[in-house]
Design a protein around this ligand. Structure first.
Ligand code: GDP
Ligand code: MG
Length: 160
């Protein structure tokens, strides 16, 4: 089973994307116990593949004392992943995003830069800003509205 990790700073839409992927094609419910209680995972079928999709972050986001712990859990998940979906918000690119992009690059894991909240034409134009990181795969979506999901799924299948 392939491990797909949804990573990104708080509020970029990780849980919204997870719910959209999981809600549509969930096979069995599977929550992870113990130290990974901050990550939520679910089994998703895509094409002929079965994927373990992990929503890093989970509870505690935004609470200062938990942030460090959540961050290290996310980094563990990134290192263990067969594919990282690195989520960013098209309306708000921050230093934290750039750090995560650098981190994933250093981990040498396959990565798709997923630009979320691309809800309208103006925001489609703004996606080009994200090409400057030089990542091979950039896909724009609106997790909230379900836009771009076919492109994202195609990109996932291409990598795995
Ligand atoms: P997480 O902290 O990364 O898990 O982010 P959430 O999934 O909790 O989403 C954070 C906020 O962004 C919520 O208010 C979502 O409704 C909003 N959001 C998520 N996806 C989209 C999107 O595609 N478009 C817009 N406009 N808002 C979104
Ligand atoms: Mg979340």
């Amino acid at each position: 089973m392939h491990r797909i990790c949804i990573a990104g700073r708080p509020n970029v839409g990780k849980s919204t994307l997870f719910n959209r992927l999981y809600g549509k094609r969930s096979a069995i419910t599977d929550s992870m116990p113990g130290v990974t209680r901050d990550a939520i995972s679910g089994t998703v079928s895509l094409g002929d593949l079965t994927l373990e999709v992990i929503d890093t972050g989970g509870i505690g986001e935004g609470e200062a004392q938990l942030e460090q712990a959540v961050c290290s859990i996310s980094r563990n998940e990134i290192r263990r992943a067969d594919l990282v979906l690195l989520l960013v918000d098209v309306t708000d690119l921050t230093g934290e995003d750039e750090e995560l992009i650098e981190y994933v690059r250093r981990c040498d894991r396959p990565v798709i830069l997923v630009v979320n909240k691309v809800d309208n034409e103006q925001r489609v134009q703004d996606v080009s800003e994200f090409w400057r990181f030089g990542l091979e795969r950039v896909v724009s979506i609106s997790a909230a509205h379900g836009l771009g999901m076919d492109d994202l799924e195609d990109a996932v299948l291409e990598v795995l």
